[in-house]
Structures are given as structure tokens and as C-alpha cells.
Ligand binder design. Structure first.
Ligand code: TXA
Ligand code: MG
Length: 357
């Protein structure tokens, strides 16, 4: 299949920019497009055959449901039933934006889109290109992240081109995704709201609007808990993973730098290709391997925005071993560490323990 790539400038959006993409979606094809979180791979959510193509293109397990993207708050009523009042309170504050809400689904939403579940995940994105695409195509767009299943999510069109070129009809290049981490998912389908995936809308921000809310116990903690099954099926897979073996070094920064330097030297001497994920504040202290900064500790948002980019950059450089610093596990840091731990297959070295032994 020939994948058409078009560029749309957010500063200068013209209605005709969307004509071809809209036609492709209406005819059951696949269009990758930018959102403020990550790039999405879109298809008509109400067309089961179209959704199925998403799973094929990504190599995604069929039990992993898709998020349906809408362009106006009232669209939730076309897709969901028994919508609780808190949904409108959350929409008022966080939509358009990086929040996904889960409801009981209406019959019009096919099981092929919801991975066989009776619930549907819905998001109203803030990215102007995404919203125009939904509105102009008049299609509710089912869209997972536009990566090959298991790889880091794409934050630039180039990442999508690398993964899906030749497998989908069109890619809209709309520049970099500004946030860089997938949306926060909140389940509203059963009484007490619950966070199924941490993201840029933090627990605290949600609490300020709707009061008490907790994480799905299965997604928290620094180890994979085999006895708990996450409510968001996608959270159970090893995910976001680079090709090299990623290890997180945790503890006192000086000791982390020392430990990473030592390990990198060792691996280099054995003839391996080594990558190091540093920060703007620490990059100058690493002596071996290929060193890249993920962002600045003074601004956590830059770390969130840089995470998938560095993982993909190390793939391009064929790093066999990647060593990274760890980040504070609160607020936005919870989302960053959630993705980083999964990318590392929960492989963490605690340097304070090393220094004791
Ligand atoms: O920011 C985002 O959410 C991006 C952009 C493109 O909008 N999309 C995204 O989609 O991250 P994806 O498919 O990579 O992740 C969707 C997650 C999966 O973990 C999936 O299991 C969960 O949402 N999910 C979707 N529908 C669900 C449902 N009905 N119940 C529970 N979890 C659901
Ligand atoms: Mg994904």
C-alpha cells in the first residue's frame, strides 16, 4: 500500500487540507494524525471492519480496546449511556485535552472497537488538527497510538513513518506532540471513578474537581504484580519498549552517575553499544557511551515530552544497553515512571543498596 504523507501547519489550517483524509476515514481507511499527547492511528470507530484494520496495521492484540475521539462534549451521548454527572464536571475542566473517560457503551459502538468490552473509552483532544479532522470527516475516530504494538509511542510524524509506512492510507504530519505521554484514563463506568492509566492530568488535578479518586491497584508499584489484572487491557502488556535492554538507576544522583559510568564502561569494554539517558543537569557528568538528555529536571513536562523520543533515538542507534536515571514518583512523575518502568520491564537498580554491599 502506498502511504500518502501530508503536512498541515497548525498556525495556518485550511478546510481543504482535510478533504482527502476525511474521505479515507469515511471509506473505512486508516489515517495517522497528531494529537497533543502522541500521534494516533485513526479509523471510523463505528465501522467494525475499519477498526479491525487498525489491529492488523499495528499488530495489536484484539482484546486491547481503542479510544474513540470526538470533537464536541455532547458527542459522548451518541456513544455512551448512563453518563454520570462527574463526566460533565471533568469535561468542563479538562476537555479538550489529555483525559480519556470510560463509560458503558451504546449499541452503535461495535465490539470490534471496544475489544469485546461493554464499555467505551472517549477523548476530546485539544490538538487543532485532530479536532478539525474529527469534525470535518463527521466520523468518531477510534485511535490507539500510531506505533507498532509494543514499541514506544510516536511523538513525531517521523516515528509514525518508520513504523507504519506502507501499512496505512495516510499520515498527517502536524509537528511534534507537545505533551508526549498518552492521556490519563479515568473509568466512570462503575460507581467510584478510578484512574486506569496515569498521564498529564494528575490524580491531584482530578481530585480537585471530583474529590476522592484512586489508581487501579494493578498499575501501581514498582514491580509487575502477576496477581492483579489491570482494568485497561493495554496496561498489562510489556509496552513502550526500546529494542535495547533498558535499566533504571535509582537513588542519590551522584551515586547514580557513578554507577552508570561504571556499568557503561564495563559494557563498552565487552564490545556492546551503550546509550545513557541523562538530564540537562547531569549530561556533562557521563563519560562513556552515547549520552542523550531526556529534558530538564527543572521542568518535568520536558521530561515527559522527551521520553519516547530518546527511546526511539536509541533504537535508531541500535543501542544494546540503555541506562537511565530515575524520576520523582509524584504528580507528572507518576506518569513518567509508569511508562519508564514498563519500558524497562521493571528492571531497576537501587544504587543505595549497591553502595552498602
Ligand atoms: O493519548 C492517548 O490516549 C492516545 C491518543 C492517540 O489519543 N491514545 C492511546 O491509545 O494512547 P492506546 O490504544 O495506545 O491506549 C489506549 C488504552 C489501552 O491501555 C486500552 O486498554 C485502554 O486505553 N482502553 C481503551 N478502551 C478501554 C475500555 N473500554 N476499558 C478499559 N480500558 C480501555
Ligand atoms: Mg499505545
Amino acid at each position: 500500500m502506498n502511504t500518502k504523507i501530508i503536512t498541515i501547519n497548525t498556525e495556518d489550517i485550511r478546510p481543504e487540507d482535510f478533504d482527502e483524509a476525511a474521505r479515507i476515514l469515511q471509506e473505512g481507511g486508516l489515517v495517522a494524525f497528531p494529537t497533543e499527547t502522541v500521534y494516533g492511528l485513526g479509523a471510523n470507530a463505528l465501522d467494525e471492519k475499519a477498526s479491525k484494520k487498525i489491529y492488523e496495521a499495528k499488530g495489536r492484540p484484539s482484546d486491547n480496546p481503542l479510544i474513540v475521539h470526538i470533537s464536541e462534549v455532547k458527542d459522548i451521548e451518541a456513544l455512551a449511556k448512563e453518563i454520570p454527572e462527574v463526566a460533565y464536571q471533568l469535561a468542563e475542566v479538562f476537555w479538550p485535552g489529555p483525559l480519556t473517560m470510560i463509560f458503558k457503551k451504546k449499541d452503535c459502538v461495535p465490539y470490534g472497537t471496544t475489544g469485546g468490552l461493554n464499555t467505551v473509552a472517549i477523548r476530546l483532544p485539544a490538538n487543532q488538527i485532530a479536532r478539525e479532522l474529527i469534525a470535518r470527516s463527521k466520523v468518531y475516530i477510534a485511535a490507539p497510538s500510531a506505533n507498532i504494538s509494543g514499541k514506544p509511542s510516536p511523538t513525531e510524524a517521523e516515528h509514525v513513518i518508520n513504523d507504519l509506512s506502507g501499512k496505512i492510507d495516510m499520515i498527517i504530519d502536524g509537528g511534534k506532540a507537545t505533551l508526549g505521554l498518552e492521556s490519563t484514563i479515568v473509568d466512570l463506568s462503575e460507581g467510584q471513578p478510578m484512574i486506569l492509566r496515569p498521564g498529564c492530568i494528575t490524580k491531584k488535578m482530578l481530585q480537585n474537581v471530583i474529590g476522592n479518586i484512586d489508581y487501579d491497584p494493578a498499575i501501581m508499584g514498582k514491580k509487575l504484580n502477576k496477581d492483579l489484572v489491570p482494568k485497561a487491557p493495554g496496561m498489562k502488556y510489556r509496552h513502550y519498549a526500546p529494542e535495547g535492554a533498558l535499566t533504571i538507576y535509582e537513588g542519590n544522583t551522584q551515586l547514580v552517575i557513578q554507577a552508570i559510568n561504571q556499568k557503561s564502561k564495563e559494557m563498552l569494554n565487552e564490545g556492546h553499544r551503550v546509550g545513557i539517558i541523562a538530564t540537562d543537569e547531569t549530561i556533562e557528568f557521563y563519560k562513556y557511551g552515547i549520552v542523550m538528555s531526556i529534558g530538564s529536571r527543572k521542568n518535568e513536562a520536558t521530561i515527559a515530552a522527551g521520553l519516547y523520543r530518546v527511546l526511539r533515538d536509541f533504537d535508531e542507534l541500535h543501542a544494546e544497553y540503555i541506562f537511565t536515571e530515575s524520576f520523582a514518583d509524584n504528580s507528572l512523575g507518576q506518569a513518567i515512571m509508569n511508562r519508564l518502568l514498563k519500558a524497562a520491564g521493571y528492571h531497576v537498580v537501587k544504587v543505595d543498596d549497591l553502595s552498602k554491599s
